[in-house]
Design a protein. Structure first.
Length: 204
């Protein structure tokens, strides 16, 4: 099964609470994005947003220029259904973050929780960083959450990589400045704990 089919299948067969990454609200992401985007007019892209309620919570906080990207159309449709008429004001993108056409210099904030760590091939990571660099505005901000140094090495049956702040900074390259990092314990719905690393970078 290819990567896209894998994720389509996840969202067609599982309820949100049946996935290890589920949280009713992505509170840490919300806090870090609010910190990175002081102005509610900030343009924010949630990469691999899945069916998380982050977009709902950003809307509730008054952010009005929001986009969600996911490789699984099924996840995007679920989020659209959940949001009802509020979905109309959101930009929805379906595709692989490493390849999909993204507008240039468009976003103030790029958010990724639990996507980058699935990129096990150096080529995929280079493409991701190329996309990130071109889609962000010149002084854009990045809030990224990957598995931490003691995080899982597999998720959803797929291999994952683990990062500390230095190795993630190295992946993003010299154009990005690390402003803050923190290791966070995520409680899965199955009663286990996964270590995540949150990092805030700025471009330039
Ligand atoms: C572990 S889930 C995390 C979902 C959400 N960010 C959260 O924290 O609840 C990973 C998500 O990334 C999406 N995804 C995986 N690889 C992707 C890629 N290369 N491009 C875009 N989305 C991807 C999956 O469909 C899935 O929704």
């Amino acid at each position: 099964m290819d990567m896209q089919a894998h994720w389509e299948n996840v969202y067609q067969t599982k309820a949100p609470e049946e996935t290890s990454w589920y949280q009713p609200h992505l509170q840490t992401s919300l806090d870090w994005i609010s910190n990175a985007a002081a102005d509610q007019s900030a343009s924010i892209l949630d990469v691999g947003g899945g069916e998380s309620t982050l977009v709902d919570d950003l809307l509730a906080k008054g952010y009005r220029s929001l986009s969600v990207l996911d490789v699984a159309g099924a996840a995007i449709r679920k989020s659209q259904q959940r949001l009802g008429s509020a979905a109309q004001g959101i930009g929805w993108l379906v595709g692989d973050v490493a390849e999909v056409a993204l507008p240039a210099r468009a976003y103030d904030v790029w958010h990724d929780r639990a996507v980058f760590h699935f990129l096990t091939e150096p080529k995929q990571r280079l493409s991701y960083v190329r996309q990130l660099t071109s889609a962000l505005k010149p002084s854009g901000q990045v809030v990224m959450a990957t598995f931490g140094p003691e995080g899982p090495q597999k998720c959803s049956g797929l291999d994952t990589r683990r990062y500390d702040a230095e190795s993630l900074r190295h992946e993003l390259g010299p154009d990005f400045r690390l402003l803050r990092s923190s290791v966070v314990a995520h409680q899965t719905p199955f009663g286990t704990t996964q270590q995540f690393l949150y990092c805030h970078f700025s471009l330039g």
